[in-house]
Design a protein around this ligand. Structure first.
Ligand SMILES: *Cc1c(COP(=O)(O)O)cnc(C)c1O
Length: 351
C-alpha cells in the first residue's frame, strides 16, 4: 500500500506551518508578552491553546486512544474541509461518496475545486460496493462513508466497509456522527491499525452541543499531523474547549438522553406506520427517521403552517416523497403526532 505521506498534496507536504507564539511554551504562570494580547479581561484575553492539550486528554481518556491520534476542529465540517485540502489537488483529484449522503461532502468538495462523484446505494440504501468501485478511479483520493447514513438512517455492514480497503488505498473517511444512536460496532477502534482510515465524531448530535461547534477526527499519526499542520492555529475557541470538557465528563447524562431518544424513535416509528398516508418508514440507527409519504411537499407545507419544521428530502436520489423527521423530545413528538393526525383527517375529507 502507498504510504499516507505520498497521498498528501505536494504543496501541503512542503508547507512550513504558521508557528504561533504559544506553541513552544507549556504552563500558564509566566509573564506572557508574546502574542499582543490584552493583559486585562482575564481569562478570555488569552488565545486558546492551539494544540488543545487539555481537551485532547479528556477525549483520549474517554475514547481510549492516544492524544496524537485525535484532531479537534470547529465542527466535523472543518475536518471534512481540511481532509479535502490536505489530500486533493483541485482540478485533478476527485472524491467519492454514496448517494444520497451528507450534503456537506459535496459542498466542501465544490468549495475546494475538487470533483465530487456519487455512487448510488442499493434500493434498501445498503452500500453498493460495486457502484463505489466503478465510480472511483486512479485520481480518487477520499471516499466518504457516513454510517449511520444521513439522510437514510441505516448503518453500512462492517464487512462491506472494510472490503473497500481491498481495492482502495486512498483515504477512507467513516463519518460516525450518529454512532451513539445505534448498537452497531464503531470503526473508531480501527484507526490505530488502518493508516488510511479516518473516523469523524461530533458533539453536535448525541452530546447535544451543536451550538459550541466541536468535531473530532480520529486517525493514524500521519493523517492527524497533516490536519494539525494546515488548521487555523486557534480553530477551537476557549469557550468551546471549556464547555466540551464539561460535556464529555458527563457521559452518563449523554447515555440517558440517547436512550430516551432511541425510545421515542421506536414509538414514533410505530405510530407513523399506522398512518394511511405513510407509505414507508425506513429503519433508523440515528436520531431521525426517513419516511415516504403520499405527497411530501403537501405534508411539509401543512406542518410548516402548524409551526413544525421537518426536512423535505424528496430531491435526494431514491427518496422521492420522503421527509426526514428528527427525533425531538416527548412533548415535541406528541405535538408532531397530533398534527399528523389532523393532517390525516383533513386529507380524508378532501379525497
Ligand atoms: C450533523 C452531522 C455532522 C456534524 O457536523 P458538525 O460540523 O460537527 O456539527 C457530521 N456528519 C454528518 C453526517 C452529520 O449529519
Amino acid at each position: 500500500m502507498e504510504s499516507v505521506n505520498s497521498l498528501i498534496r505536494k504543496n501541503i507536504r512542503d508547507l512550513k506551518p504558521y508557528s504561533s507564539a504559544r506553541d513552544e511554551f507549556e504552563g500558564d504562570d509566566a509573564v506572557f508578552l508574546d502574542a499582543n494580547e490584552n493583559p486585562y479581561f482575564r481569562p478570555l484575553n488569552r488565545y486558546p491553546d492551539p494544540r488543545q492539550r487539555h481537551l485532547k486528554k479528556v477525549i483520549s481518556d474517554m475514547m481510549q486512544l492516544p492524544a496524537d491520534n485525535i484532531f479537534a476542529g470547529n465542527g466535523s465540517d472543518e475536518a471534512i474541509d481540511l481532509l479535502l485540502r490536505a489530500f486533493c489537488e483541485p482540478g485533478t483529484d476527485n472524491v467519492v461518496a454514496p448517494d444520497p449522503s451528507y450534503g456537506m461532502y459535496e459542498v466542501a468538495a465544490a468549495i475546494n475545486g475538487v470533483e465530487y462523484r456519487k455512487a448510488e446505494l442499493d434500493d434498501d440504501f445498503s452500500l453498493n460496493t460495486e457502484a463505489l468501485r466503478e465510480v472511483a478511479d486512479d485520481n480518487t483520493r477520499i471516499i466518504f462513508l457516513c454510517s449511520p447514513n444521513n439522510p437514510t438512517g441505516n448503518s453500512f455492514r462492517r464487512s462491506e466497509v472494510l472490503g473497500v480497503l481491498d481495492w482502495f488505498s486512498g483515504i477512507l473517511v467513516i463519518d460516525e456522527a450518529y454512532i451513539d444512536f445505534t448498537g452497531t460496532q464503531a470503526f473508531i477502534g480501527d484507526v490505530l491499525t488502518i493508516p488510511n482510515m479516518v473516523v469523524l465524531r461530533t458533539l453536535s448530535k448525541a452530546w447535544g452541543r451543536a451550538g459550541i461547534r466541536l468535531g473530532m477526527a480520529f486517525a493514524g499519526r500521519e493523517i492527524i499531523d497533516v490536519l494539525n499542520k494546515i488548521k487555523p492555529p486557534y480553530n477551537v475557541n476557549s469557550l468551546t474547549i471549556d464547555e466540551a470538557v464539561r460535556t464529555l465528563q458527563d457521559h452518563m447524562l449523554k447515555d440517558q438522553v440517547v436512550a430516551e431518544i432511541v425510545d421515542t424513535r421506536s414509538m414514533l416509528s410505530e405510530r407513523l406506520k399506522s398512518l394511511p398516508f405513510v407509505k414507508k418508514v425506513y429503519p433508523s440507527d440515528a436520531n431521525f427517521i426517513l419516511v415516504k409519504v403520499d405527497d411530501a411537499g403537501d405534508l411539509y407545507s401543512y406542518l410548516v403552517s402548524r409551526n413544525i419544521i421537518v426536512r423535505n428530502r424528496s430531491s435526494a436520489t431514491g427518496c422521492s416523497n420522503c421527509v426526514r423527521i428528527t427525533i425531538g423530545s416527548r412533548a415535541e413528538t406528541d405535538i408532531l403526532l397530533d398534527a399528523l393526525g389532523r393532517y390525516e383527517r383533513s386529507h380524508d375529507k378532501h379525497s
